[in-house]
Design a protein around this ligand. Structure first.
Ligand code: ACM
Ligand code: ZN
Length: 519
């Protein structure tokens, strides 16, 4: 009898029916291409590369023929899936005679292949075959599609640099969890991380702002393109973020004329300097930077930040005040609206929609209708920003900080008090689509992102912050709104997945908040 443990699927599929028995992978098992498209072949290659080492089997890829189709093979096909599953949906059927994944688009086929990997024993996630256990996939019939179309993760590479291999390791894991957006926070007060050919000093000076080797570094344009391609091969879109107008001290250190005083000052806490909105050369600079960014990143979106922009410099700056007068603006809040609008209009000429943190709703200046609002201020504003965005007709992405900021610890620390802790049950209880919206407004909540801010995150600490909590976010973003069998069932699956994460080379931190006697 082949080994057929009860599969532990994360994220939970929309519909799954478990059947008796298992499909045992053997030396004769092939991965069959059910159609001639190169996309199906690419999914097959990815799946084979993932399964071969642990299965200890050759798993050759071959074209399907009527004769071979049913004989102990894995068949991938871009035809024959039921209607209505969408581009990311798929059907997966496993019987003792073989397994088949069907979808109407390559992304659905790819996500189906990820589910197929999870149907086997844990060792199938590792690098080596298990002695005396044959790799077998539990029989089932699955029809699945995601709840949200935007399922993301944000790395703050501005405050701490992460190496390209480190990011690729994570991108592969995002694919395993069916996350389809990598939001790359590339510029910050503490670091400018992306090569801009026209302004080499941005990275020469701006990538070494804070002391400490681990924080230094930048991505060449070739490396960034490599990340884009690597992610695209895993059906993940990379969205660059260039912060405007605040959080940009690193740019000003090499180009002081970008800020109002011409002398950027590094403060111990939140930085006061921001791009001068009165100087034309600020816009010339931003347009040149964004032109290169659009040439590197093909995504139809550019995240332009917009959060926490302090206004005192603009209040004191004669050029900014002249801009306010000449443009008929009321105040510095409207001046930020002017900057956002100008940058958005420029990006529109490149075919890009802007995404901005939810402060971009606050300026009093109308945003382009297609601007996407990134809701984050939950601790201070609850769901207000998401509701406002959806009611004003904007698409929105949910990263409510009380639930999705994985830089917040699981248990209280001297710097993070109880209300800033996030444990697994808390994330499990999150709601990304606020109550009180109409059906049309609810449809504007595209999905959400987990955010890993980098104030304290060295590479070797990141796994502990991300896991197992990202498992809950992946499930919230993909699985149906109903909580299925409840938290206990989910937690059982998390425990299995923690073993799988170890086999994939990832560490994990605690799932639950530690309750001390003092609390
Ligand atoms: C943010 O956390 N400042 C977006
Ligand atoms: Zn100014």
């Amino acid at each position: 009898m082949p080994d057929s443990p009860v599969p532990s699927l994360i994220p939970r599929p929309a519909r799954v029916e478990w059947k008796e028995g298992a499909f045992e992978l053997r030396r004769t098992t092939r991965i069959l291409l059910g159609d001639a498209s190169p996309e199906t072949a690419r999914v097959a290659q990815y799946l084979a590369a993932k399964l071969r080492p642990a299965a200890g089997l050759p798993l050759p890829i071959a074209k399907a023929s009527a004769r071979s189709a049913a004989k102990r093979c894995i068949t991938l096909s871009l035809s024959g899936a039921q209607a209505g599953l969408g581009d990311e949906g798929y059907e997966l059927e496993a019987t003792p005679d073989g397994a088949a994944v069907r979808a109407s688009a390559a992304s659905g086929l790819f996500w189906g292949a990820q589910t197929l990997r999870q149907l086997g024993p844990d060792f199938l996630m590792g690098e080596r075959p298990a002695r005396e256990i044959r790799p077998a996939l539990r029989c089932c019939a699955i029809a699945d599609s995601p709840r949200y179309s935007w399922r993301g993760f944000m790395f703050d590479s501005g405050r701490h640099f992460q190496s390209v291999p480190f990011l690729k390791r994570y991108i592969d894991l995002f694919a395993y969890l069916k996350l389809n957006r990598f939001h790359w926070h590339l510029t910050e007060d503490q670091g400018w991380r992306i090569e801009i050919k026209r302004y080499p000093e941005l990275t020469k000076i701006g990538s070494r702002v804070d002391p400490g080797e681990q924080r230094h570094g930048f991505y060449t344009q070739d490396e960034a393109r490599d990340i884009v391609d690597y992610a695209a091969a895993r059906h993940i879109l990379v969205i660059p973020e260039i912060e405007i107008p605040g959080h940009s001290l690193a740019a000003m250190l090499s180009r002081p004329r970008l800020c109002c005083t011409g002398k950027p000052v590094k403060n111990p806490g939140h930085q006061r300097d921001l791009y001068c909105a009165g100087r034309e050369e600020t816009f010339e600079f931003l347009e040149n930077v964004l032109t290169e960014i659009c040439a590197i990143f093909p995504a139809p979106f550019v995240h332009i930040g917009g959060d926490e922009a302090p206004k005192e410099r603009w209040r004191e700056c004669k050029r900014c005040q002249a801009r306010i007068r000449n443009e008929g603006l009321k105040n510095e809040a409207e001046l930020q609206g002017y900057v956002t609008r100008r940058v958005a209009d420029f990006l529109a000429t490149k075919g890009r929609r802007i995404i901005g943190w939810d402060e971009i709703l606050d300026s009093g200046v109308a945003l382009p209708r297609d601007a996407i609002i990134h809701w984050w201020r939950h601790r201070t504003g609850g769901a207000e920003a998401a509701i406002r965005a959806a009611r004003q007709g904007h698409d929105a992405i949910a990263s409510p900080n009380s639930y999705t900021y994985l830089s917040f610890p699981t248990s209280p620390t001297p710097t993070h008090q109880l209300e800033r802790t996030i444990d697994l049950p808390k994330i499990w209880g999150a709601n990304f689509t606020p109550d009180g919206l109409t059906a049309e407004e609810r449809g504007r909540i595209l999905g959400g992102e987990a955010c890993l801010w980098g104030e304290h995150e060295l590479e070797e600490e990141i796994d502990y912050k991300v896991f197992p909590r990202l498992l809950a976010l992946a499930e919230l973003l993909w699985s149906p709104a109903s909580r299925g069998q409840g938290f206990a069932d989910f937690y059982g699956r998390v425990q299995r997945h923690c073993r799988r994460l170890s086999l994939m080379g990832f560490a994990h931190g605690p799932a639950f908040r530690h309750v001390s006697e003092a609390e």
